[in-house]
Design a protein around this ligand. Structure first.
Ligand code: PXP
Length: 244
């Protein structure tokens, strides 16, 4: 069964709108676990716009499922990750002006700097994943720098407007999974996945993990986090590929 990582940054974003202490992303993580989340994902951004250092430390102490830290390869963030030692770190590009992580990391171009960060994290026993576009060169470069997993950017699929474009993006992901598995990598997916579009990617054989945030937390405003996570889990089960 594919693993569902619930991204709780969006809860911290609401808290930061008032710079107060609620809603607490740590509570959100506990609620997500009670709804059946297989993992909790958070992004400690360099600008600390949502998740704080306190959140990261309390999540480490309290999360009982897989803890996945999204992060840039900036040296001070790598220092924090090495000290925190979450089970998995997902390397992402970061630009201050972006609304959310847009597109993937260019592993081919920044091979040396990314490789150095991967080495430091792996030395702490952390599983390292790279968030990349589903392009063969990026996938192979991720394996070469020592990543154990890649998270394929599903934003291209999620933003596609026409049936032909959607089909082309699904095919790109299918091929990405093939190349990833062939390179010995675990293949994850994330970004822009929703209750409405999950069926197409959930039906692709070979994905072992999805990280989903905005849609689940949006649904949770109406039904609560536990129920929102349960609903996504049941869609993943319903559309799961026949052979897995
Ligand atoms: N995976 C990664 C690497 C991300 O950066 C994000 C966005 O924070 C997500 C998954 C979740 O994306 P969304 O909030 O669109 O579900």
């Amino acid at each position: 069964m594919v693993h569902l990582g619930v991204n709780i940054d969006h809860v911290a974003t609401v808290r930061q709108a008032r710079r107060t202490d609620e809603p607490d992303p740590v509570w959100a993580a506990a609620e997500a676990e009670l709804g059946g989340a297989d993992g909790i994902t958070f992004h400690l951004r360099e600008d600390r716009r949502h998740i704080s250092d306190r959140d990261a430390h309390v999540l480490k102490q309290t999360v009982a499922v897989k803890l996945n830290m999204e992060m840039a390869i900036a040296a001070d963030i790598v220092d924090i990750a090495c000290e925190l030692r979450p089970e998995q770190c997902s390397l992402v590009p970061e630009r201050r002006e972006e609304l959310t992580t847009e597109g993937g990391l260019d592993v081919g171009r920044h091979r040396q700097a990314i490789g150095a960060a991967v080495d430091r994290l792996r030395a702490q026993g952390i599983v390292v994943s790279a968030f990349i576009e589903p392009a063969e060169a990026q996938i192979r470069a991720s394996a070469e720098v020592g990543c154990a997993a890649v998270e394929l950017w599903t934003g291209g699929f999620a933003h596609a407007k026409t049936l032909a474009e959607i089909a082309a993006r699904v095919e790109e992901l299918r091929r990405g999974i093939e190349v990833g598995r062939d390179s010995g990598l675990e293949v994850h997916g994330g970004h822009g996945l929703t209750y409405r579009n999950i069926s197409r990617v959930a039906g692709l054989p070979g994905f072992s993990e999805f990280n989903i945030g905005h849609s689940i937390i949006s649904r949770a405003v109406f039904v609560g986090i536990r129920e929102a996570v349960r609903e996504m889990k049941s869609l993943l089960e319903r559309y799961r590929p026949q052979e897995s």
